[in-house]
Design a protein around this ligand. Structure first.
Ligand code: GLY
Ligand code: MN
Length: 355
């Protein structure tokens, strides 16, 4: 279905063939998993012509294994991958690539053989951003598992002595449950929580404790953040936490089709009032087969027009450098007129250890 939709777009845009490469170096192209229904390709190339069946070019290491796992024709490439591609698609003139992934050298090789190369990453990410029923179910499943892990952390807090201990526990339980981490756990206590992407250390400091984690199951990611408290929060701290929560809940309500992501962001910042200058990152991102399932730099996330069945994270925070941090993050399906929050985990401020 998504393949047919993509091929139709290629035809309209005058692109003869789209190619996605997982090279032995650099970034892998998650679009291969996307268009093959989750095939786990380590090295290889997926070629999708506008009006014919796609082909996978897979070297010897994985050729036999993958051939048995897919209905797509699998070709074992000869010496030069681009020569081989040209042999299989001799009439193609305009080649579409994902410029976020393909190296400059690969680009040269393609240009030499095909003539015109066009960046089609926008098309791919736009398609990927709107989820079908099966994709939403897969993300819901990952969220459910992740929520279970947060509950397990709370239950095991008496034995989890440090940030690193909590992170290791999350990773171990992820593997036990047959999943993989969507990204390395962020566990940040006390002043460490003032760094949104803090790497867990062998300490557990008093104050707010931010845990940001998600598993990947059936190829789709979850991404949830909860802030707990080590020690006894003051009234001022409880108030600030409540403000971040209010900001998040109002922002979630703006996740409706027709709004831009900027409106979600502005709502969150408006609620934070004078604390909005302490909200030092963007409101969220698209979520899918990658945890940040959108174009990272070139396209401004804020300008993203929300469409029905997009899944986005909503994660406002307040950070005072060297002092503390608070962040609350849920995964939300954009709807017509109303948003659907897939994250059910409690957002009450929990004291995890009174010291
Ligand atoms: N959960 C980490 C991030 O969104 O950057
Ligand atoms: Mn996130």
């Amino acid at each position: 279905m998504r393949l047919l939709d993509f091929q139709k777009i290629l035809a309209v845009k005058g692109v003869d063939i789209a190619v996605f490469l997982n090279a032995s170096y650099g970034k892998k192209d998650s679009s291969i998993a996307y268009f093959t229904g989750g095939l786990d390709v380590d090295l290889g190339l997926l070629a999708i012509p506008k009006n014919k069946s796609p082909k996978l070019f897979i070297p010897g290491f994985e050729y036999d294994m993958l051939r048995d796992k897919t209905n797509i024709e699998v070709v074992r490439p000869k010496e030069n991958l681009w020569d081989c591609l040209k042999e299989h698609f001799p009439r193609a003139r305009v080649v579409g690539i994902n410029a976020d992934v393909l190296s400059v050298n690969e680009l040269k090789g393609l240009k030499k053989r095909f003539g015109t190369v066009r960046d089609i990453s926008n098309i791919v990410y736009d398609l990927r951003s709107v989820k079908n029923v099966e994709e939403i179910k897969n993300i819901e499943k990952s969220i459910e598992v992740t929520e279970g892990l947060f509950v397990e952390v709370l239950e095991n807090m008496p034995f989890l002595k440090t940030e690193k201990g909590i992170a290791d526990f999350l990773l171990k339980r992820t593997i036990d449950l047959g999943c993989e981490p969507a990204f390395p756990p962020i566990v940040a206590s006390g002043k460490n929580a003032s760094f949104p992407h803090h790497e867990p250390e062998s300490v557990l400091l008093k104050g707010f404790l931010v845990i940001d984690y998600g598993v990947k199951k059936n190829g789709y990611c979850a991404d949830i953040t909860r802030t707990f408290y080590v020690g006894n929060p003051t009234t001022k701290e409880k108030k600030l936490y409540a403000l971040v929560l209010k900001s998040q809940e109002f922002a979630i309500q703006k996740c409706v089709s027709g709004n831009t992501f900027e409106e979600v962001d502005t709502t969150a910042r408006g609620m934070l009032g004078k604390h909005s200058k302490e909200f030092i990152h963007s409101i969220g991102h698209s979520l899918g087969i990658e945890v940040h399932d959108d174009i990272p730099k070139r396209k401004k996330r804020a300008k993203m027009l929300l469409k029905e069945n997009m899944i986005v994270t909503v994660e406002p925070g307040v950070y005072v450098k060297g002092n503390f941090g608070i962040r609350i993050e849920d995964d939300v399906v954009v709807g017509i007129g109303s948003a659907r929050n897939l994250t059910k985990l409690s957002k009450e401020l929990r004291v995890v250890r009174s010291k």
